[in-house]
Design a protein around this ligand. Structure first.
Ligand code: PMP
Length: 364
């Protein structure tokens, strides 16, 4: 690859991706551990069969039915009424973020995130030619609002990312902090503020969706990869002022969402209530992991997500390897001293907790 005439900013870089190892217990990519329920699998087959009859035609370019149903889901669960005009969908929230950066970032423009956070924000920025600014956090991984507002005033970024609940740390960002950053971003530029709520269904608190009201430069980004247990589907979406939805049309590829994807997502949305019951089970298991890890003497960051950040370790990567030796794959996100474990089924969580319990005993 080094000999190819690739863009300078991509030279020597590695692609994003967690190791995909063949291990009995895989708790490293924040997936939902529950397969889709059988009645939903049947419904997907039905809907896809119907869609297959029209595959000689391009799909609905504007995904009208899907956006209408996503708007209905957001209105029901997000504490704020939205319509399909406020909603846009793409192949995973990664593509939503890419389209936002293609529209509002790009060469000569910059985006800021408060790290450690979801590393794809910076990588998609790079892929779209957008300059990346790494903003600060406190040692406890909460956003340092004073330092963050100063960074926004100084760098005047075009796009601001706020991930809540944050990945990989798990903690949520209070609405007041988001509002302070939004005000700072409007005063500095004005710029687009993207609230990445990929994990919000697992939160103890509420979605920040109502904040889009009267804030034309605020976007909430969501996904069906986590709460809906459909990471393989690749369906992400956003809610914002309808003008933002109009703007991303300028960069989206025509017919980017296949008819099969739209049909599958619509089937999953019909089963929202069942899927959200799994979310409740996962939240209880997440809370159990937090409690048990703390009881063992580990430090744990408060979690509003379907994963838990725990530490602290002099050599986190070595501990990652020792847990792997016990048949459990967790994630080393490169946050010094910390590792991240996704919530699995009760049995998988027990296997993880047993592994770290024996490690702790060996160390003491
Ligand atoms: N945002 C955050 C914070 C994430 O952690 C992830 C996935 N790990 C995504 C967005 C992307 O999810 P997807 O593309 O599957 O919707």
């Amino acid at each position: 690859m080094d000999d190819l005439p690739v863009r300078d900013e991509l030279r020597g870089k590695s692609p994003y991706g967690a190791p995909q190892l063949d291990v009995p217990v895989r708790l490293n990519t924040n997936e939902n551990p529950y397969p889709l329920p059988e009645p939903l699998v049947e419904r997907i087959a039905e809907r896809v069969r119907e869609a297959a009859r029209d595959l000689n035609r391009y799909p609905d370019r504007d995904a009208v039915e899907l956006r209408t149903e996503l708007a209905r889901y957001l209105t029901r669960t997000g504490g704020h009424e939205v319509t399909r005009a406020h909603v846009w969908a793409a192949n995973g929230s990664n593509e939503v973020i890419q389209q936002l950066l293609q529209t509002f970032g790009g060469p000569g423009r910059t985006a800021i995130g408060f790290e450690p956070s979801y590393s794809m924000h910076g990588l998609i920025a790079r892929g779209t030619g957008t300059g990346w600014i790494s903003g600060p956090r406190h040692d406890d991984f909460t956003i340092d609002v004073d330092a963050a507002t100063k960074a926004i005033a100084e760098h005047r970024p075009d796009v601001v990312f706020i991930t809540t609940p944050n990945n990989p740390t798990g903690n949520a960002v209070p609405a007041e902090a988001v509002l302070a950053l939004y005000e700072a971003a409007q005063a500095a530029k004005p710029s687009l503020v993207v609230i990445d709520e990929a994990y919000v269904e697992f939160s103890h608190g509420d979605s920040l969706l109502p904040l889009i009201e009267g804030r034309p430069n605020l976007v909430v980004s969501r996904t069906m990869s986590k709460a809906f247990g459909a990471a393989g589907l690749r369906l992400g979406y956003l809610a914002a002022d309808p003008a933002v939805v109009d703007a991303v049309q300028l960069v989206r590829l025509p017919y980017h969402l296949s008819a099969v994807t739209q049909a599958t997502a619509l089937a999953a949305l019909e089963h929202t209530d069942t899927l959200l019951k799994y979310v409740e089970q996962l939240k209880a298991e997440r809370d159990r992991i937090v409690t048990e890890l703390r009881a063992m003497g580990y430090e744990v960051t408060d979690s509003d997500a379907n994963f838990v950040q725990f530490g602290r370790f002099a050599d986190a990567h070595e501990v990652w390897r020792q847990i792997l030796d016990r048949g459990v794959l967790v994630r080393d996100n490169g946050v010094p001293g910390w590792l991240r474990v996704s919530t699995g089924t009760p049995d998988e969580n027990d296997a993880f907790l047993d592994a770290v319990r024996t490690l702790k005993k060996e160390q003491s």
